[in-house]
Write a protein that binds this ligand. Structure first.
Ligand SMILES: Nc1ncnc2c1ncn2[C@@H]1O[C@H](COP(=O)(O)OP(=O)(O)OP(=O)(O)O)[C@@H](O)[C@H]1O
Length: 196
């Protein structure tokens, strides 16, 4: 995997008329993880979108090196396609590694769901499918917005393990989660500390 890094310097985020946070800086390199915490509405998703380049920072700079993969609440896969075809589409777009894609499908317990249209998958199955796509992407930088939403306890443990493995392999992860997530050695950032 290529090495990635991400650095945000003195960023602020404005949504509508409100500045959600300001003077927020962070830096992560290979092997590091950051847990972004805070209550509903504090700006966790907004920070992830600023880091992903999907939302311009109101102030400050974001530098991201290496490919980035994003998993958030938005649909990751075509809802009309059977799961296997939806994943294969992205694997052709993203991925040099079909073996990694197949291994991810098996690891995430999706192997028997290949014929099921994505729109019929349960909330937890959709989240696991989004993670399978992310793994097959092979990007060093993972941006995860509430990756545990809708997951049962076994799937929570699985996602925690996948993030740990990604970091152990030299990737990095920024994980926004209002609920606890076991990320050994992770830094923590409470967005409320940067309220404007
Ligand atoms: N496009 C928008 N225009 C105006 N306000 C917005 C917009 N998008 C989000 N907001 C507001 O910005 C605030 C932060 O939203 P955000 O989704 O980043 O919070 P969050 O910490 O991820 O919350 P949650 O834990 O509920 O997912 C909220 O008050 C939300 O209503």
């Amino acid at each position: 995997m290529d090495q990635g890094h991400i650095r945000a310097t003195n960023i602020a985020c404005r949504r509508g008329e409100r500045v959600l946070f300001a003077r927020l800086s962070l830096a992560l390199g290979a092997g590091e993880a950051l847990h972004v915490t805070g209550p509903n509405g504090v700006g966790k998703s907004s920070l992830i979108r600023v880091l992903a380049g999907l939302l311009p920072a109101f102030a400050g700079e974001v530098e991201l090196h290496g490919g980035a993969g994003l998993v958030d609440e938005r649909p990751a896969l075509d809802p009309h396609l059977p799961l296997a075809r939806a994943l294969a589409f992205w694997q052709r777009m993203d991925g040099p590694a079909p073996e990694a894609a197949a291994a991810a499908v098996a690891r995430l317990g999706l192997a028997d769901l290949g014929d099921v249209p994505v729109r019929f998958l349960s909330t937890g199955q959709k989240k696991r499918a989004a993670m399978a796509r992310l793994i097959a992407q092979g990007a060093p930088v993972w941006l995860l917005d509430e990756p545990l939403n809708g997951l049962d306890s076994a799937a929570v443990t699985l996602i925690e393990g996948l993030v740990a493995e990604h970091c152990a392999a030299g990737g990095l992860a920024v994980v926004a989660s209002h609920q606890p997530i076991a990320l050994p050695g992770a830094m923590r950032l409470a967005i409320a500390d940067f309220a404007a």
